[in-house]
Design a protein around this ligand. Structure first.
Ligand code: DX5
Ligand code: ZN
Length: 237
């Protein structure tokens, strides 16, 4: 079917959207199985949320989980560090099999050094900003990173509501990426479901973290992935 240029353009953009299931919402008693299901359903990477009960008011998982997952999946393991001293833990996560790290801008007064450490280890480096942190905080670090993650909830818990006021910020970060480093990825995390996935992609996100929408889907992991993809298809209409 012939398409006009505009529709074709939008299709290309939404077609390149990647999905990163967050195992925080998985059934930990069946973690390997659930990750395998996500891989078969076309997940692009696995998002591992690490929390220390200090940087965020919750405790989740550490390097042993990465080590176990490394044996069951070929997918890149993206490690989101919601911990107070991320630099102290890179080595053990690298040894366990992490492929990339997402570190927060908040509370890190030596963020450039942290990013350089990740790059020296040969791993992907991403910087995360919380909902209350302005896009301008990224201006100086953006050229040094592979990815930016805009939190669309306050970090610490799965199953929260998407904060809609983050949408203009996603747009601002997209503009900054196009201006400074077009190859840099733009990911969103928190409250992503069929409705909010579409809003985030329209605002410029190209990687979607989703926990509840995938591992909490009533009809199963593959159905959860499908419903996200179907909603993105609607961006092309
Ligand atoms: C929140 C975590 C998220 C979380 C997303 O602090 O960083 O990755 O698992 O979960 P949902 O998709 O349920 O909001
Ligand atoms: Zn996360």
């Amino acid at each position: 079917m012939p398409r006009d240029g505009n529709r074709g353009h939008q299709e290309t953009e939404s077609g390149s959207v990647k999905i990163a299931p967050s195992i925080l919402a998985a059934d930990f008693a069946r973690l390997g199985e659930q990750v395998t299901e996500a891989e078969r359903a076309g997940a692009d990477r696995i998002h591992v949320d690490v929390m220390d009960g200090h940087f965020v008011p919750n405790i989740s998982m550490g390097a042993p989980i990465v080590q176990s997952l490394r044996r069951v999946t070929q997918l890149p393991l993206e490690t989101h560090l919601m911990i107070s001293a991320p630099d102290l833990f890179f080595d053990e996560f690298v040894e366990a099999g992490s492929d990339s790290f997402l570190v927060h801008w908040e509370g890190n007064s030596n963020l450039h050094r942290t990013v350089e450490r990740i790059k020296k280890l040969g791993k992907g480096a991403g910087v995360v900003i919380n909902p209350a942190t302005p896009a301008t905080a990224l201006e100086e670090i953006l050229s040094d990173v592979d990815q930016i993650l805009v939190m669309t909830v306050d970090p610490g818990f799965g199953h929260q509501h998407f904060i809609e006021t983050t949408l203009p910020k996603i747009r601002r970060v997209r503009e900054m990426i196009e201006r400074i480093k077009p190859a840099c990825g733009l990911e969103v995390d928190g409250g992503i479901d069929a409705a909010t996935a579409r809003l985030a992609v329209e605002a410029g996100a190209r990687i979607l973290v989703a926990g509840t929408a995938i591992f909490g889907a009533r009809e199963g992991v593959a159905a959860g992935m499908d419903s996200l993809r179907v909603s993105l298809h609607m961006v092309e209409q």
